[in-house]
Design a protein around this ligand. Structure first.
Ligand code: PMT
Length: 403
């Protein structure tokens, strides 16, 4: 319930993507937010106010001159209540009105009166979106304090055209609202967080490689949690099934050596370094130039050589000066092995997970972890969402930074 006690005023303007704002409403409600919806008259032609009312459990505002249930000036009270004011989807018309200071209906009037951060997610036909007037309105608003945009994607539009103008993914819009709503709790603002995620892959020949089952879910959750807490986040990612996260710089790598290079350069500026990637300890000594053929041999031997231990190197270089967090992935003797890794790799703490524990490790949305600190303190956590564990890890990092 990250958005408990937060009020999101959601302005819905009239476009075919208006129905997607229903999904957004329901996600915001699930995250604990109070959602108050304002619809323009044309939005109500696409989706009924009753749908938003049923999901948000709040009356939908659209008419400026409707008799108020409680005596209050409705647009002013909504403007004041907002922790974030989102306009999803935003048509060329509403963007134009906001940019020109026109306040002639409930939505435009309330936006004009709010001091909350405003998030605008445009959606419209490509030619409209590319129209220099629309672009100039977007640029004008984007240059002002308090106006944020989640830009549309390219794709096939409802009108049949293909191009830019499709409403951004609702998950991306939701994350951006969350980031703005939690800005007062942004305890990592001004901090640089470097996270590694996913699996490294070690080529054998142009066709084959050695890898592991990491999906990147743990590392991406940490990166996203840090971003929502205001950090400037860089993610170094190996093979992963996760979608890129809006607002996070992502460096994609393939091998452990590439991850080593990227982490070495990027760690110079970082305040917090978190190695959650599953890095191959060994790689084939030689990568064959051509596909290895079966031939008549029954056996094939691969000679493997050690990869650099990235965490150990960073721990040696920055231990005590930056916050260094490692993981330990084990199948037995979890705590003993993690304690050894914490000391050997000079980490502030190690997050240990046992692949044999149900709901822990690779590919799951949950993890079951123990945190082993360098003074030997061990804290065991029950099964929880990786995103929640990510926040526990970051709480500890913030604690260390403050000391
Ligand atoms: O990606 P998911 O599917 O969500 O799965 C999550 C996870 C299981 C990958 C994650 O929770 C996890 O345990 N990551 C660490 C995996 C790992 O490589 O553990 P390890 O015990 O082998 O390594 C110990 C630490 O040293 C790790 O922080 C690792 O990133 C680091 N390391 C390891 C080898 C190496 N050559 N260089 C390193 O920096």
């Amino acid at each position: 319930m990250l958005l408990k006690d937060k009020t999101i005023v959601l302005g819905v303007s009239g476009g075919i993507a208006a129905y997607k704002a229903l999904d957004l409403t329901s996600r915001l409600i699930k995250a604990g937010a109070e959602v108050k919806v304002i619809m323009t008259r044309s939005a109500a032609e696409f989706v009924t106010p009753l749908s938003f009312q049923s999901l948000s459990k709040n009356a939908v505002a659209s008419d400026m001159f409707e008799e108020p249930k409680v005596w209050e000036i409705r647009h002013i009270s909504l403007a004041k209540a907002a922790d974030v004011f989102a306009v999803v989807p935003a048509t060329a018309n509403i963007i134009g009105k906001i940019a020109s200071g026109i306040a002639d209906d409930m939505l435009s009037t309330t936006i004009m009166a709010t001091k909350a951060p405003k998030l605008i997610a445009p959606a419209m036909n490509t030619n409209m979106f590319e129209n220099p007037i629309v672009q100039s309105n977007i640029n004008k608003l984007g240059s002002l304090d308090g106006y944020h945009f989640v830009m549309p994607e390219s794709g096939r539009l409802a009108c049949g055209d293909t191009g830019r103008g499709k409403l951004a993914d609702i998950g991306v819009i939701f994350d951006e609202i969350m980031r703005l709503a939690l800005r007062d709790k942004a305890d990592l603002r001004g901090k640089k967080v470097l996270v590694s995620a996913g699996a490294t892959s070690e080529p054998i020949d142009p066709v084959r490689f050695i890898t592991n089952h990491s999906t990147g879910k743990m590392g991406f959750s940490i990166a996203k949690a840090a971003y929502l807490r205001g950090a400037d986040v860089t993610l170094v990612s190996g093979r992963s099934t996760c979608e890129p996260i809006n607002g996070i710089k992502t460096v994609n790598i393939f091998t452990a050596e590439e991850m080593h290079k990227a982490m070495t350069v990027l760690s110079k500026d970082a305040d917090i370094i978190i190695m959650s990637a599953a890095v191959a300890d060994f790689r084939p000594e030689f990568e064959a130039e051509h596909k290895i053929k079966k031939g008549s041999d029954e056996k094939l031997s691969l000679s493997l050589v050690r990869n650099p231990d990235i965490l150990s190197e960073l721990g040696r270089q920055y231990g005590g000066r930056k916050v260094i967090i490692g993981f330990a992935m084990e199948t037995r003797a979890l705590i003993e092995s993690a304690m050894k890794k914490c000391a050997e790799k000079n980490a502030d703490f190690i997050v240990a997970n046992n692949l044999k524990t149900e709901g822990a490790g690779f590919g799951t949305d949950t993890n079951v972890a123990s945190v082993i600190e360098k003074d030997g303190t061990v804290t065991e956590y029950p099964k929880m969402e990786k995103f929640k564990l990510a926040n526990i890890i970051l709480d500890k990092a913030v604690d260390i930074l403050s000391k």
